[in-house]
Design a protein around this ligand. Structure first.
Ligand code: ADP
Ligand code: GN1
Ligand code: MG
Length: 355
C-alpha cells in the first residue's frame, strides 16, 4: 500500500489497520477499492470523479440524507449503505490526491455483471422498486442536481451535435452510419422529456443509474439487499429507472460486445423486470407504467449517444480499457434500440398486462 493511500485511509475511522487494498467492481466513473483490515472488517473506498461530479459536498449530502431516510424505513440494517466518518467527523475527505469516501462493505452480498437467471433480474427489479417506494415521501426537489440535465435526452443530443461539429480527433468520417442512426431518432427520443416538461408524468426520487451491478444481492438467498451507487439520485421519472434497468439487464450481451448479432433485448427478462418493479412501486400511475417501453428505448438510445459522443470527443468521460471501446458500447446500444423497434408491439402488450 503506498503512503498516499495509507494517509487517505488513516483519515477515516476504520475498525483495525488496513492490510490490503485491491481494485474492485466494474464502474466507468469512480475508482473503487476493497479494503480489508487486521480485524477482518471490509470497507469500500471510492475516489469520487470530480470532473463528473464537481459538487462533491452536495453529492455527499444527498447520499447521507437518502441513506438515512432508507434506514428509517427498513428494519434490515443491510438495506442501506453506511458511510464511515473521517476522524474530523466529515462524510468525505478532500486530500491532495482527490475526494474520497468510505462505505462499510455490505456483508454477505455480491454484485452481478449480468443476470445469471431470470430470478436475479426479477430480484433487481424488487430492489429498485423498493428503493423508489422507500423514497416516495422524500422531498425530491430538495436534492442537489449532481449532474445537470442527466437524463435530459434533447440536451444529450445538443452536446452530441456540438462535439460532432468540433470532431477533435477526426473520428466522425468513419462512423457516418451511426451518426445517421442517432439523427433519425432525435424526434422520437425527445418525447419523454416533453412529458416531463409538461408535467404529464409525476416527478419522483429516482436512482438514474439502475444497472444490475448497482444492486447488491444476498450471496446465499440471491434476494436484493441494497441499492448502491447513489451519486445520481435526483428528481426524475420512474421511466428512467425502469428504462436503464432494461437497457443493461435485459440485454443478451455485454455493454461492449463487438459481435452485434449477440446483442438483443430479451422479452422474457423485460417481462420479469416489469413484474418485479410494478409489484413493488404501488404508487405508479397508469400513465407512468405506459411510459415504460419509451423509457427503455430512450434510456438505451441516450446512453448510446453519450458513449458515441465520448468516442468522438476522445474518451474523456467513460473509462476505457481498450481502443474503440466507447464506439463498441455505443453500437451495442443502437443495436438494442433497433431490436426494441422490432419488438415494440410486444413490449407495449406486456406492459399493459401490469397496469
Ligand atoms: P461506480 O460508480 O464506479 O459504478 P459503484 O458505487 O457502483 O461505483 O461501486 C462499484 C462496485 O463496488 C459495485 O458494483 C459493487 O460491486 C461494489 N460496491 C460498492 N459499494 C459497495 C458496498 N457498500 N458493499 C459491497 N460492495 C460494494
Ligand atoms: C456510468 O458509474 P457507472 O459505471 O455505474 C454512468 C451511467 C451510464 C453507465 C453506462 C454518472 O455508470 O450514466 O448509464 O456508466 N454514470 C454516470 O454503463 O455518468
Ligand atoms: Mg456502479
Amino acid at each position: 500500500m503506498d503512503s498516499e493511500l495509507q494517509s487517505v485511509l488513516s483519515a477515516f475511522k476504520l475498525d483495525g489497520t488496513p492490510l490490503s487494498c485491491i481494485p474492485y467492481g466494474a464502474g466507468h466513473i469512480n475508482q473503487t477499492k476493497l479494503i480489508t483490515t487486521d480485524t477482518n472488517k471490509q470497507y469500500v473506498l471510492q475516489k469520487i470523479n470530480e470532473n463528473t461530479f464537481p459538487n462533491v459536498e452536495g453529492l455527499m449530502t444527498n447520499i447521507l440524507r437518502v441513506t438515512e431516510h432508507i434506514r428509517s424505513k427498513s428494519c434490515d440494517p443491510r438495506a442501506s449503505m453506511h458511510l464511515i466518518p473521517t476522524v474530523d467527523n466529515k462524510i468525505w475527505l478532500k486530500s491532495n490526491s482527490g475526494a474520497f469516501r468510505i462505505y462499510e462493505f455490505v456483508k454477505g452480498t455480491i454484485a452481478l455483471q449480468a443476470a445469471e437467471t431470470a430470478d436475479d433480474f426479477y430480484e433487481s427489479a424488487v430492489g429498485f422498486g423498493k428503493f423508489q417506494t422507500m423514497l416516495s415521501d422524500f422531498p425530491a426537489e430538495s436534492l442537489t442536481e449532481t449532474i445537470k440535465n442527466f437524463h435530459h435526452t434533447p440536451d444529450r443530443y445538443r452536446i452530441f451535435k456540438e462535439t460532432l461539429k468540433k470532431d477533435p480527433l477526426g473520428r466522425a468520417k468513419n462512423v457516418q452510419k451511426e451518426i445517421d442512426f442517432i439523427l433519425s431518432k432525435e424526434e422520437e427520443m425527445s418525447q419523454l422529456q416533453k412529458c416531463r416538461d409538461n408535467a404529464l408524468l409525476p416527478t419522483r426520487v429516482t436512482h438514474n443509474d439502475t444497472k444490475l451491478n448497482n444492486v447488491l444481492f444476498d450471496e446465499n438467498t440471491r434476494k436484493a439487499v441494497c441499492v448502491i451507487d447513489l451519486d445520481t439520485v435526483m428528481p426524475g421519472l420512474a421511466a428512467y429507472d425502469f428504462g436503464d434497468s432494461i437497457r443493461f439487464g435485459a440485454a443478451t450481451a455485454a455493454e461492449d460486445e463487438k459481435n452485434l448479432d449477440l446483442m438483443n433485448m430479451d422479452l422474457g427478462l423485460y417481462e420479469c423486470f416489469t413484474k418485479g418493479f410494478v409489484s413493488e412501486c404501488k404508487a405508479l400511475t397508469k400513465d407512468e407504467i405506459l411510459s415504460f417501453p419509451l423509457g427503455a428505448k430512450t434510456m438505451t438510445m441516450e446512453c448510446g449517444v453519450r458513449f458515441f459522443t465520448d468516442y468522438i470527443d476522445g474518451d474523456h468521460y467513460f473509462a476505457i480499457h481498450r481502443d474503440g471501446q466507447n464506439l463498441d458500447r455505443a453500437r451495442t446500444q443502437f443495436k438494442l434500440v433497433t431490436d426494441m423497434d422490432n419488438k415494440w408491439d410486444e413490449m407495449r402488450r406486456i406492459i399493459e398486462k401490469y397496469i
